[in-house]
Design a protein around this ligand. Structure first.
Ligand SMILES: Nc1ncnc2c1ncn2[C@@H]1O[C@H](COP(=O)(O)OP(=O)(O)O)[C@@H](O)[C@H]1O
Ligand SMILES: [Mg+2]
Length: 365
């Protein structure tokens, strides 16, 4: 709130140059900037202190026409209560013009209500929402993987260096062949981890979508490579059953990898509580009746109730303590961008199926 607005309005004396002292006193009692202009020639007849404080710096503030021109950009006020930004102080005002009579004179009365705070509150709410959306995008599974990849890259490079150094030392000293073999094995593993990480980084690099003909077998191989460790840890086998001679899809490869990764991750997470022997994850793909490619990720988790399945795709819906609830929302927007459909259905014999469709590349590239 401006300093002018906070002051008690009735306390200030009338403006000395005012030709209508009674009107001046009246205006002084109002808690907004007010001014009265003669309807005959548009001259300023009376105004309260708030008006002088807030508008004195505006050239032409003492004539109705020039004021209208400065504030509305036209010499008529078309819209009562119109919200304008004053050019001299960059504050927002709601302006009301009213015709009235006082002591036999026809007046045009202006009330200018400072609404800057409301406008700023609206703006900051909007920018908060935009930030939230931005954060939610940043926090996608892929972005978290990027952070991890970044953190792991340095120590891995150091491990490979130490192992190379140790191998040289063992070689020079003619050390035991078992040690040399173990060091070689360790280096192979570290190099493999580094390769996985560089794949992750490539996978999440921010970029414009680029659609062309893509092979689903290659996409699912990348995703499985990224999730191999996690699946092993959960003693989970992932079956891949792609129809033979599956046509290529018209898609952005990285985006579809992200969708499949999210769905398979959800499927793995859905089976955390299921005994290892009953865990089963299957990725299927085939051409459906609409001549689209349909990919299905089937798990043996506990499935979803009707109420749960209705909320699935809403952003921030999660039933996991460590969940973000944005995975499926992101998947859906990616698939819709591809003119496809993301869907859920219960799996025969228990568990869930999350699937999506993509158009064929044929005829589009
Ligand atoms: N395969 C699945 N089986 C059972 N529930 C699932 C499955 N996939 C998703 N869900 C439910 O949908 C919610 C939202 O999933 P998602 O958007 O990926 O967010 P998050 O995984 O962070 O919770 C999950 O918390 C879970 O309740
Ligand atoms: Mg998820």
């Amino acid at each position: 709130m401006s300093a002018a607005r906070r002051r008690a309005p009735a306390a200030a004396p009338p403006h000395p140059a005012d030709p209508m002292p009674a009107l001046q006193t009246l205006l002084q009692a109002l808690p907004f900037a007010c001014a009265a202009f003669a309807r005959s020639d548009g001259a300023l007849l009376a105004a309260n202190c708030l008006y002088h404080e807030e508008f004195a710096a505006l050239a032409g503030h003492d004539r109705r026409e020039s004021l209208l021109q400065a504030l509305h950009g036209s010499d008529v006020d078309i819209d009562p209560g119109s919200e304008v930004r004053a050019p001299h102080n960059q504050r927002w005002y709601s302006l009301y013009w009213r015709d009235t009579e006082h002591e036999g004179r026809a007046l045009s009365l202006l009330t200018a209500v400072d609404i800057s705070e409301r406008i700023e509150a609206l703006d900051s709410h909007k920018s908060r929402q935009e930030k939230l959306l931005f954060t939610s995008r940043l926090m996608s599974v892929g972005e978290m993987a990027a952070t991890l990849a970044h953190e792991l890259n340095q120590p891995l490079a150091a491990i490979v260096n130490y192992l190379n150094g140790s191998l040289r030392l063992v070689d020079q000293a003619g050390g035991p062949v078992q040690v040399e073999r173990a060091l070689h094995a360790a280096r192979t593993q570290a190099e493999h981890a580094a390769a996985v990480i560089s794949r992750v980084r490539e996978f999440v690099r921010a970029r414009e979508p680029r659609r062309d003909a893509q092979d689903l077998a290659a996409i699912s191989a990348t995703v499985l490579e990224l999730l191999r460790l996690e699946a092993e840890r959960q003693q989970l086998r992932i079956d891949v059953a792609l129809a033979s001679l599956l046509p290529e899809v018209y898609a952005d490869r990285v985006m579809v990898e992200q969708v499949l990764l999210n769905l398979v991750k959800n499927a793995i997470e859905a089976m955390r509580e299921v005994p290892p022997a009953q865990r089963g994850l299957r990725i299927e793909a085939r051409v459906n009746l609409d001549d689209e490619i349909e990919v299905r990720v089937c798990d043996r988790g506990k499935g979803l109730s009707q109420a749960e399945s209705e909320q699935l795709f809403s952003p921030f819906y999660t039933t996991k303590a460590d969940g973000l609830g944005i995975g499926l929302a992101i998947c859906r927007s990616i698939i819709e961008y591809h003119e496809g459909r993301l869907f859920f259905e219960p799996r025969d014999g228990g568990g869930s199926v999350f699937g999506f469709t993509l158009p064929r590349a044929e005829g589009r590239v």
